[in-house]
Design a protein around this ligand. Structure first.
Ligand SMILES: NC(=O)N[C@@H](CC(=O)O)C(=O)O
Ligand SMILES: [Zn+2]
Ligand SMILES: [Zn+2]
Length: 349
């Protein structure tokens, strides 16, 4: 197959940052995606509906002229989050979901939640009104091995939390393990997971074998091959509980290529091309649309986009830029380590 037409995709997990970085990266997401769930881990984080409305406005101001890209806003859950503010934001359509970061789990998560009991009233309110909770599912205990943190989180935090607040709709963000996939498969109601492009492509060897490669370091960290294969099977299965969240997370090269580099992979530019490659490899091109364009809207209670996207396969590999320039400095683009022949034939403005 050399071309494919799908419903225009959405990105259900995206970091756009703010200021000069926002201006530098936003056009790439807006060129391919109609909507995206925007992560709230700014400094300081997006914690109130007013913060979310102001951030949405800054995103809209940074859009290329004529773009119809729609940012779907989230709130960063803290132990001081006000349930009334959350409910108001959801009912007014300003806020689509709340994001739970365990304190210290990832980039800018210092204000995250330490004691789940403290946020139970907010979670109960969300369950009542049908508002989804997006979770960065890793424990932060120093004595838990970094490669085990997702699996341990499911057992120790996620399962008890879901029992404590039945009816809460949960998205396990960027699942990276077979444990995560199996947990979703075993729980038919109110649970879904996003999967990133890069976790379908790299395993942990990409970061560590033959030299340390900071541009493959992200959180949750890529795991061993068996996990990558489980993620591929889930993403290409067509199962409505799995959908795309690129977790495109730009950091400048200076902040990644250093003794203590930031976690995050910037993939907005070539995500759709990489995904077409992966789904072709898995003989599942007919299920790409479910993963990128249908399952996410269904979970979030939104209609799929009316617009279409045309993907084409070129005879020669596509030359994606190795990095982009932003007002904050260069940002390296995800390199899948294989030639990509697919490209998006109709980029939006
Ligand atoms: N994924 C990452 O490695 N980094 C994200 C944070 C996150 O999604 O955990 C970031 O904001 O840089
Ligand atoms: Zn995360
Ligand atoms: Zn993220």
């Amino acid at each position: 197959m050399n071309s494919l037409t799908i419903t225009r995709p959405d990105d259900w997990h995206l970091h756009l940052r703010d200021g000069a970085m926002l201006a530098g990266v936003l056009p790439y997401s807006a060129a391919h995606f109609s909507r995206a769930i925007i992560m709230p881990n700014l400094v300081p984080p997006v914690v109130t509906t007013a913060d979310a409305a102001a951030y949405r406005n800054r995103i809209e101001m940074a859009l290329p002229p004529g773009s119809t890209f729609q940012p779907l806003m989230t709130l960063y859950l803290t132990e001081a989050t006000d349930a009334d503010d959350v409910a108001r934001g959801f009912q007014e359509g300003v806020v689509r979901a709340v994001k739970l970061y365990p304190a210290g789990a990832t980039t800018n998560s210092q204000s995250g939640v330490r004691d789940i009991e403290k946020v139970v009233p907010v979670l109960e309110r969300m369950a009542e009104i049908g508002m989804p909770l997006c979770i960065h599912g890793e424990v932060t205990d120093a004595d838990i091995d970094i490669f085990d943190r997702e699996a341990v989180f499911i057992e120790r935090v996620l399962e008890p939390l879901r029992r404590r607040v039945p009816g809460l709709r949960v998205v396990m963000e960027h699942v990276t393990t077979k444990n995560g996939v199996d947990y979703v498969l075993a729980n038919p109601k109110g649970l879904a997971a996003t999967i990133t492009t890069h976790h379908l492509i790299i395993n942990r060897n990409a970061i560590l074998a033959g030299g340390i490669r900071p541009h493959y370091y992200c959180l949750p960290v890529a795991k061993r091959e068996t996990h990558r294969l489980a993620l591929r099977a889930a993403a290409t299965s067509g199962d409505a509980r799995f959908f795309l969240g690129t977790d495109s997370a730009p950091h400048t090269d200076a902040s990644k290529q250093t003794a203590c580099g930031c976690a995050g992979i910037f993939s907005a530019i070539n995500t759709m091309a990489c995904l077409a490659h992966v789904f072709e490899e898995e003989e599942a091109l007919d299920r790409l649309e479910a993963f990128t364009s249908l399952n996410g809207p269904a979970f979030y209670g939104l209609p799929p986009n009316e617009a279409r996207m045309h993907l084409k396969r070129a005879a020669d590999p596509i030359a994606f830029p190795p990095r982009i320039e932003t007002g904050e400095g260069p940002v390296t683009v995800f390199d899948p380590m294989f030639p990509i022949h697919w490209f998006v034939a109709d980029e939006a403005g």
